[in-house]
Design a protein around this ligand. Structure first.
Ligand SMILES: [Zn+2]
Ligand SMILES: [Zn+2]
Length: 121
């Protein structure tokens, strides 16, 4: 299962386990659906990783998860969901976390600049 942070857990719909299972088992047939969206560049075309099998390249056991392409847990439209192995999912989210962190830093810098301006003027 994907690690869902506590503050995000309540944002998932009540039937998320059913949706997640349907995407992973029925639509994806237990295979990672990433076609390079993860950006890690380790697979050409669709990722070959299958749930419960040794992962391509690392041999660790694949745990298929379901990623939200727009990182919005409320948006459970099929088009927004991708079954992803943990490698693809973590890498996909890492880019997003980096952007979020950068935006937070920018806001903090702007806020401190504003503060400095208020103190000196
Ligand atoms: Zn994958
Ligand atoms: Zn991938």
């Amino acid at each position: 299962m994907s690690p869902i942070r506590t503050e995000n857990r309540k944002r998932y719909p009540r039937d998320w386990p059913t949706i997640s299972l349907r995407i992973r088992n029925e639509r994806a047939a237990s295979r990672c659906e990433c076609h390079g969206e993860c950006g890690r560049g380790t697979h050409e075309g669709r990722c070959p990783n299958r749930n419960g099998q040794p992962a391509y390249g690392t041999e660790s056991k694949v745990v298929l998860t379901v990623a939200h392409l727009d990182h919005t847990p409320e948006n459970c439209d099929d088009n927004n969901l991708r079954a992803m192995c943990q490698g693809c999912h973590l890498h996909y989210d890492r880019d997003h976390h980096r952007e979020t962190a950068a935006a937070t830093r920018r806001a903090a810098i702007e806020a401190s600049g504003q503060l400095a301006w208020e103190i000196t003027s």
